[in-house]
Design a protein around this ligand. Sequence first.
Ligand SMILES: Nc1ncnc2c1ncn2[C@@H]1O[C@H](COP(=O)(O)OP(=O)(O)OP(=O)(O)O)[C@@H](O)[C@H]1O
Ligand SMILES: [Mg+2]
Length: 232
Amino acid sequence: MIQMFHVTKSYPGDPPVLTDLNLDIDKAEFVFLTGPSGAGKSTLLKLMFLAERPTRGQILIAGRNIARVRESSVPYLRRNIGVVFQDFKLLPTRTVAENVGFTLDVLGVPRDDVRDKSLKMLRRVGLEHKADVSPLKLSGGEQQRVSLARALVNDPAILLADEPTGNLDPALTVEIMNLLCDVNARGTTVVVATHDASLIARYQKRTLRLEKGSLVADEKGAKAARLMALEA
Ligand SMILES: Nc1ncnc2c1ncn2[C@@H]1O[C@H](COP(=O)(O)OP(=O)(O)OP(=O)(O)O)[C@@H](O)[C@H]1O
Ligand SMILES: [Mg+2]
C-alpha cells in the first residue's frame, strides 16, 4: 500500500533529514513509527501525504508513483488518506461538526448526510456533545480527537497519525487506540508516529524505528514490544 525506494529528503540548505529509506507497508497493516525527536518521523508521514516531496527516490501509494505527481493531482490523491498532523489545525470559524464534515462537504455529499456522518464520528471519539461549539473552546486533547474524527469521516484507505495520543490521559489513550485498531480491522492501513514506548509495548504491532533519518529496526509484534519495554 505504501512503498518507498531509496527515499532521501533534504530541506533546502540543510543536510538530509531522511537518507536512502526503503519500506513496504501492506494494505490493512498497522505500523508504529518511532524514534527520538528529530529522527524524521513527521517528515516521513508528510512525504506519504504529499505535504513534502522527496529529494530523491520513489514513493508508491496504492501502486501509484507519487514522487513526481503534478501539484494539481495532489488533492485527488489525498482523498483516500486521512491525516492527524499537529500543524493541520481545525478551522476556528466553524463548529466542531462542520470541521469534521469539511472533506465530505468538499466532495459534494448532501448536507444531511454530512451532518449525520459527522455526528456519528464525533460519537466514536466521545465528543458528540461538543458538535456545535467552536474548536477554540476545546482542550488540546479534545481538539486532537476532533482531528481524528475529521481524518476518519471519509473512511480513508490510509490513516496517518502524528502523535495522536500525545495530549491524552491514559483512559483516553486507550479509547483512541481502540478506535485506531477498529478502523484498522475494517481494512484501513494505519501508520502512527509516536514517542510513547509504553504504547508500542502494549499494542504489539509492527514497529519501524527511525534514528537520524535512517530506518534502524523493523520488528513485528512481541519482539518490538520487548525492545520497547526495555526502553520504557
Ligand atoms: N520544514 C522544515 N524545514 C527545515 N527543516 C525541517 C523542517 N521540518 C523538519 N525539519 C527538520 O527535520 C528533522 C526531522 O524533523 P521531524 O519533524 O521529521 O522529526 P520527528 O522525528 O517528527 O521529531 P519529533 O519527535 O520531535 O516530532 C529535524 O532536524 C527538523 O529540524
Ligand atoms: Mg514529529
